[in-house]
Design a protein around this ligand. Structure first.
Ligand SMILES: *Cc1c(COP(=O)(O)O)cnc(C)c1O
Length: 473
C-alpha cells in the first residue's frame, strides 16, 4: 500500500485536548490525575498514528471512529494500571508460603494490630509508664526469648539481612568455616559465598558436598577463625551417603576454641511439627538448647508473620549487634513490629493452629480438605444447574500441596484437588480468565485442566470462586 493512499487519514486523529474532554477521559482523570491521563492519552494517540501508518486499522476511518478507539484504549490501559502494584489475590495453588504471592498470610489479630495500633502514631519507641523514650522492639524481643529459650533477641529486615548482619558484625576481617554441603543459594540473589564476601569474612569450606566430619571443622580452625556457620539447606536435600556433625558437637568445638556457632535456620520452626509430617525444619528452641550462640530465621515463612529476620542467641553477642552501626540500616518499622507482636502473642497463648493461617493450612487434615472439596463441587454443580450451564465440568482428584518459600522440599501433604475443564476454553484460557478476575484467582494447570487446592483458600473466598466459575458460560 502506498504512503500516499492513507496519509490523508492522519487528519482524523483526535487532538489530545479533544480526547481529554471525553467523558471516559474525564472519569479516568478523576481517578488517576490529569498529568497521568494526559500522558496516557498522548501515548494512545501515538499508538493509533503508528497503526494508521502501518495500515493496520481495519475499520472505516472517521474522526468519530478514531476518537472512540482512543477512548477504548484509554479504558484498557487504565484497567491495566489498576491491576499493577500490590493487589489482593486468592491463592488456589496449594503452595502455602508462596513467595510470589507474598509468603505468609497474616493472622486476623496481626491485621487488626496494624489497623488499630500501629498505622498512625504509636508507642514504637515510647514508654507509656515514664513518658520517655522506650525501646523499639522490646516486647517482640521478650516474646522471642520466651518462645525460643534464647537469652536475647533482635530483629532486622529479613533473614538474608540477619545472616549478612551477623557475619559482618562478628566475623568481618576474620574467617568463617562452613561445610561444602551447605554452600547454598536461596532464590537467586541470596548465595552464601556472596553474602560472606560482602560481609568481609573469608570463606573457608570444609568437607565434601555429601560428607563433612567434625574433624574437618576442627582442622580448619586457626587464629583468624571467628564463626562456625551452619546453613539449613532449605530448598534441597542431599540424601544417601551423607554425614554432618550435629549442632551440639559443633557447639562444643566452637566453645573450646572461643568461637561463635551461628546457624542460619532459614524458615525455622518455633515448635515441633513432626505430628503434621514436617520433620526437616530446624526447631529454634532445640538449636538454642544444643548450644548455638546465634540462630537466624525468617519472619514470613513457617512463623507466619511479616517479612523480617529474627536473630536469637547469647545476650553478649546480641548486644554487640544492637550497638553495631548496621543495625540502624536494617531495623524494622512500626508496622512489622506490631504484626510480629500480635503473631508471637498467639504462640504464647498456644492458639497458633487456630489463628495463624500458615499453621492452619499445614495442619488441615486430609479428611477436612476432602470434605471441603466435595462440598465445593456440590455447591458448584448446584449453581451451574440453576444457571443452566453445561459446558463447565468439575471433578475431584487426589494431589499434593507444598510448603513453598524455599522450605521443606520433601514435605508434600496429601490434598484433594478440584479439577475443572470447560468445553469452550482451554485450561490456559481458563487460568487466564481466573487470573484476570477481581480479585484474581491463582491456580495451577495439570494435564489441560485447571486445578484448585482449597488448602490455601480462605473459606470466605470459596463463594467468590464459585460465582466466578458460574460466570464462564
Ligand atoms: C529463606 C532463607 C533465607 C532468606 O530469608 P529471607 O527472610 O527471605 O531474607 C536465608 N537463609 C535460608 C537458609 C533460607 O531458607
Amino acid at each position: 500500500m502506498s504512503e500516499k493512499k492513507h496519509s490523508g487519514v492522519f487528519r482524523y486523529l483526535p487532538p489530545i485536548d479533544e480526547v481529554l474532554r471525553t467523558a471516559t477521559a474525564q472519569d479516568l482523570a478523576e481517578k488517576f490525575g490529569t498529568a497521568f491521563l494526559t500522558e496516557l492519552a498522548r501515548k494512545t494517540v501515538e499508538n493509533l498514528r503508528e497503526e494508521l501508518r502501518l495500515n493496520k486499522v481495519e475499520s472505516e476511518i472517521s474522526r468519530e471512529i478514531l476518537l472512540a478507539k482512543v477512548e477504548d484504549c484509554l479504558q484498557i490501559e487504565a484497567e491495566k494500571e489498576n491491576r499493577r502494584g500490590v493487589k489482593k489475590v486468592i491463592n488456589a495453588t496449594g503452595v502455602i508460603i508462596h513467595t510470589n504471592l507474598g509468603r505468609a498470610p497474616l493472622a486476623e489479630k496481626a491485621i487488626r494490630a496494624v489497623v488499630e495500633e500501629s498505622s498512625r502514631y504509636c508507642t514504637l519507641e515510647y514508654d507509656l509508664e515514664t513518658g520517655k523514650r522506650g525501646k523499639r522492639g522490646g516486647k517482640v524481643e521478650q516474646l522471642l526469648c520466651e518462645l525460643t529459650g534464647a537469652e536475647s533477641a533482635i530483629v532486622v529486615n529479613n533473614c538474608a539481612a540477619a545472616t549478612f548482619f551477623v557475619l559482618s558484625a562478628l566475623a568481618s576481617g576474620g574467617e568463617t568455616v562452613i561445610s561444602r554441603g551447605e554452600m547454598v543459594e536461596i532464590g537467586g540473589d541470596f548465595r552464601i559465598p556472596d553474602v560472606m564476601q560482602q560481609a568481609g569474612t573469608k570463606l573457608v569450606e570444609v568437607g565434601t558436598t555429601n560428607r563433612t566430619k567434625l574433624r574437618d571443622f576442627a582442622n580448619a580452625i586457626n587464629e583468624n577463625t571467628r564463626i562456625l556457620l551452619r546453613v539449613h539447606p532449605s530448598n534441597f536435600r542431599i540424601v544417601g551417603f551423607t554425614e554432618m556433625p550435629n549442632l551440639a558437637e559443633l557447639a562444643n568445638l566452637a566453645h573450646e576454641k572461643d568461637l561463635i556457632l551461628f546457624e542460619d535456620a532459614g524458615s525455622g520452626a518455633l515448635f515441633d511439627f513432626a505430628e503434621y509430617g514436617l520433620t526437616d525444619e530446624p526447631i529454634i528452641s532445640v538449636s538454642i538448647k544444643q548450644g548455638v550462640d546465634i540462630v537466624a530465621f525468617s519472619g514470613d515463612k513457617l512463623l507466619g508473620a511479616c517479612q523480617s529476620g529474627i536473630i536469637a542467641g547469647k545476650a553478649e553477642l546480641i548486644e554487640k549487634l544492637r550497638k553495631h552501626p548496621l543495625y540502624r540500616a536494617l531495623r524494622l518499622d512500626k508496622i512489622a513490629y506490631s504484626i510480629l507482636e500480635a503473631t508471637l502473642e498467639i504462640y504464647r497463648n498456644g492458639t497458633q493452629f487456630a489463628e495463624i493461617p500458615v499453621l492452619q493450612a499445614i495442619s488441615m487434615t486430609e479428611k477436612e480438605i476432602e470434605k471441603r472439596a466435595q462440598d465445593f463441587v456440590r455447591r458448584l454443580n448446584l449453581k451451574l444447574r440453576q444457571s443452566k450451564i453445561e459446558n463447565l465440568k468439575s471433578k475431584i482428584t487426589e494431589g499434593v500441596s507444598a510448603i513453598g518459600g524455599g522450605s521443606a522440599p520433601n514435605f508434600h501433604p496429601k490434598t484433594t484437588l478440584i479439577s475443572i475443564a470447560h468445553e469452550k476454553f482451554s485450561a490456559v484460557e481458563l487460568e487466564e480468565k481466573l487470573r484476570s478476575a477481581n480479585p484474581p484467582v491463582i491456580t495451577r494447570i495439570y494435564e489441560n485442566r485447571v486445578m484448585f487446592d482449597l488448602r490455601t483458600v480462605f473459606t470466605e473466598e470459596e463463594e467468590i470462586i464459585l460465582n466466578l466459575l458460574t460466570a464462564f458460560s
